[in-house]
Design a protein around this ligand. Structure first.
Ligand code: ADP
Ligand code: MG
Length: 230
């Protein structure tokens, strides 16, 4: 099923802590992202960007409000539904989170392991193809320690995209990269995502990559506002 909106967040609130220590982080977030849109989210450190991303990514249970992702309401969803939704999402984190003992191809193939009906050879072929797409055809058999920071993040991009997810969530993917590597990684991400019609929500402080987005929003004081011009 195709949905017009990939993400519809309505009046979402979220607090950490209990009782007197309870501290609200999200205070009524509203955010709608159309299918195929590329949206960047900025905002001060500690403003709740990662919290919001994990709620949208079905990695954390919503407390109050509504989070619809790819047509599925996640507020009050069962564990089974959360796991099902995660299969349609590709995640990219600030640190590449690759497994040190596995090659680039094995790291990418791993994210296909929960898919039914694929043989080991098919997973390997898909990993090799997507690694070629991110410019790493000659590096498929290297382990992370043999790759540069930018190359490692491109492996993460490949790992996030290999299962052709409908939605990519990226949390400060260029934070540990130099300017050129960071731009390369997100440009490849954008190109491949556009080809697949993938929706992207990308958190970043990095003004140099704002031009990949259709739209920039800001999370500040627990709510979403359109970003102020830089
Ligand atoms: P951002 O990604 O915008 O920097 P976060 O979502 O990581 O913000 O954090 C928002 C606020 O919630 C911060 O004040 C942070 O300290 C707090 N916070 C984040 N995770 C937890 C947690 N697991 N337990 C308690 N407080 C947390
Ligand atoms: Mg964060």
């Amino acid at each position: 099923m195709t949905v017009a909106n990939a993400i519809v967040v309505q009046n979402l609130t979220y607090s950490y802590g209990e009782g007197a220590l309870r501290r609200p982080v999200l205070k009524g977030v509203d955010l709608t992202i159309k299918a195929g849109e590329i949206v960047i989210m900025t905002g001060p450190s500690g403003s709740g960007k990662t919290t919001l991303l994990t709620l949208i990514g079905a990695l954390r249970a919503a407390q109050e409000g509504s989070v619809k992702v790819l047509g599925q309401e996640l507020a009050g969803a069962s564990q089974r539904q959360m796991i099902q939704t995660r299969l349609d999402i590709g995640y990219i984190f600030q640190q590449h989170n690759l497994l040190k003992s596995l090659t680039a191809a094995q790291n990418v193939a791993m994210s296909l392991e929960l898919r039914d009906g694929l043989t080991t050879a098919q997973r390997r072929d898909m990993a090799h193809k997507i690694l070629a797409d991110v410019g790493l055809a000659d590096h498929v058999d290297k382990v992370p320690a043999q790759l540069s920071g930018g190359q490692k993040q491109r492996v993460s991009v490949a790992r996030a995209l290999v299962a052709k997810p409908k939605l990519i969530l990226a949390d400060e993917p260029t934070a540990s990269l130099d300017k050129v590597s960071g731009q390369e990684a997100v440009n490849i991400l954008k190109k491949l995502a556009r080809e697949q019609g993938t929706t992207i929500l990308l958190v970043t402080h990095d003004y140099r990559i704002h031009d990949i987005a259709d739209r920039v929003v800001e999370l500040e004081d627990g709510i979403i506002t359109p970003a102020k011009p830089a």
